[in-house]
Design a protein around this ligand. Structure first.
Ligand code: XMP
Length: 514
């Protein structure tokens, strides 16, 4: 492709995506490939550099991932990180000591001394904190390598063969705990690999627009638009490329936040050139959900109904030309296994039915991380609120109205949730949280309003902070903000007389209640 690329070769480390993001932040395009990738593919990509990630194994484990030592002979710079560094040392004849002697394992912030006489460390001080997480260690660097960093316990905290452009660091430069870690990565990319930094979102947009135009010609493109960040940015990008040749189909099942359907319609009809089709099927969804309270049944019904409504519309009017979707890079990478593209959808289920034959699939964001998608969205003029939208479950409020979903209960939840969001925005606290929302648990409690007894719905507030949504902490929202939210909900939403705050982390809880 001629695009300046660095390969992140994945040996199963927990930070593989973080490494890739750090590289991209330095304006260098990179791709994560599994360690099982054929060396022929690597050669054909002609990368400017290769980074070996960490991994949980010891190089001595029978099942540990290895790679042909030929990779070090290609003349392409390599940076090995943690396990990647040990593998480099082991493959090239250095000595790796296995974990038998536990006294040498290091974990956490570690004072490290750097030799600044090499390109990797030339821009950083002589010492600093690095983040270590290893048991095996390198006791001797391979022939031709010099030791370029040490810690109290680690005789080879980093090593280099400057002439062959091979570098290894036992610590993790990609994590924030490593002081100067970003400088090291930058030095590797610019001073060792001699990258030019061509990965910029402006040029990404220009290139994507030309590619879309060349692929599509005069044909039509249809995109399923959910109003989430990815499909919205894909819509904006396609609109820039082909204007009215694009048709966005938006299924409004009524299980979105308050007024969200109108917001999505206004945004795309007023700000962008395209055909916008809104399918109003709120009643149909509610009909299907009548009498259903099991969470998995609700999910299944919402997913199936969405699938049917969406594809029926496509069959009726748009079943030719190209199909576009907002697949992004993290949807495609499966750590250590490969980058097989899979159909990404609103409900993780909307594969193209067999009877619909498109000319092809367009995934204009398939190489971007989420933060890059957001940057592209901002540059294309999408509203800030949409670009920075919190995650929202595919089944929508269907899994936040606990128990049976009815029009009345959806409205109660939407109103309560809108108050919560309004207050969070006003006090500026919204930015501090990864996700927050209201839940309608379906519990009634006794209260007193004026002089009268009430017996009404309870609303729960859920708010979390997290990096990856795999684990999450409950957010420590100040009491005065919670108090304001509570009294507004009770005063402004009829049929709610009590508000509680969910203080469960994940695990043991999940973020959503269903
Ligand atoms: P949980 O509840 O599993 O949520 O801790 C983690 C994150 O995933 C979102 N979520 C969903 N997203 N379809 C989606 O597209 C779903 O069915 C779904 N369920 C949960 C949730 O909002 C949180 O951000």
């Amino acid at each position: 492709m001629g695009k300046e690329t660095v390969i992140v070769l994945d040996f199963g480390g927990q930070y593989n995506r973080l490494i890739a993001r750090r590289v991209r932040e330095c304006n260098v395009y990179c791709e994560i490939l599994p360690y099982t990738v054929d060396i022929g593919k690597i050669k054909s990509m002609a990368p400017k550099g290769i980074i070996f990630t960490g991994g949980p194994n010891s190089v001595y484990d029978e099942s540990s991932p290895h790679y042909s030592a030929e990779i070090f002979e290609l003349g392409i710079p390599v940076l090995g990180i943690c396990y990647g560094c040990q593998l480099m040392a082991y493959s090239l004849g250095g000595n790796v000591v296995s974990a038998a002697d536990d006294s040498v394992s290091e974990y956490g912030k570690t004072e490290t001394a750097y030799d600044n006489g090499n390109p990797l460390f030339k821009n950083i001080p002589e010492s600093g904190i690095s983040w270590m997480s290893h048991r095996d260690y390198i006791s001797e660097a391979p022939n031709g390598f010099s030791v370029i960093a040490k810690t109290q316990n680690c005789p080879v905290a980093a090593m280099a063969n400057i002439e062959k452009k091979l570098y290894g660091v036992q610590f993790h430069p990609e994590v924030n705990h490593t002081e100067y870690g970003k400088d090291m990565l930058r030095s590797f990319l610019y001073d060792v690999c001699e990258c030019e930094g061509t990965w910029q979102m402006d040029s990404f947009i220009d290139t994507a627009v030309s590619k879309i135009r060349a692929q599509v010609g005069g044909k039509g493109v249809v995109l399923g638009l959910s109003g989430g960040v990815d499909s919205s940015v894909a819509a904006a990008l396609l609109s820039r490329a082909i204007g009215k040749q694009l048709t966005c189909v938006f299924v409004d099942h009524g299980l979105m936040r308050k007024d969200e359907g109108d917001f999505v319609e206004n945004t795309f009809t007023k700000l962008f050139d395209m055909n916008f089709v809104r399918i109003n099927c709120q009643d149909e969804f509610l009909d299907k959900l009548k009498g259903v309270s099991d969470p998995e049944d609700k999910r299944k019904i919402i997913g199936t109904e969405f699938y049917n409504v969406f594809w029926d519309k496509i069959r009726e009017s748009y079943g030719s030309g190209y199909f576009a979707q907002g697949t992004i890079y993290p949807d495609r990478i499966e750590s250590g296994k490969g980058d097989a593209a899979k159909i990404k959808t609103h409900h993780n289920q909307v594969g193209v039915p067999g009877d619909i034959k498109f000319e092809g699939i367009i995934e204009p964001l398939k190489d971007l991380f989420k933060d890059e998608v957001r940057a592209v969205g901002e540059k294309l003029g999408l509203p800030h609120d949409l670009v920075w939208r919190q995650p929202f479950p595919g089944p929508g409020l269907g899994v936040r109205v606990i128990g049976e979903v009815t029009a009345e209960r959806v409205k109660i939840l939407q109103d309560a949730d809108a108050i919560l969001r309004d207050e969070m925005d006003k006090c500026g606290y919204a930015k501090e949280m990864s996700q927050f929302f209201a839940v309608l648990p379906g519990v009634r409690t006794v209260g007193v309003m004026g002089d009268a007894r009430t017996y009404s719905e309870l609303v729960a507030i859920r708010a979390v902070t997290t990096d990856d949504f795999m684990t999450a902490d409950w957010a420590k929202i100040p009491y005065d903000i919670l108090g304001k939210v509570s009294s507004r909900i009770i005063n402004e939403v009829p049929s709610v007389n009590r508000v509680v705050y969910d203080i469960t982390s994940k695990p043991p809880g999940t973020v959503e209640w269903e």
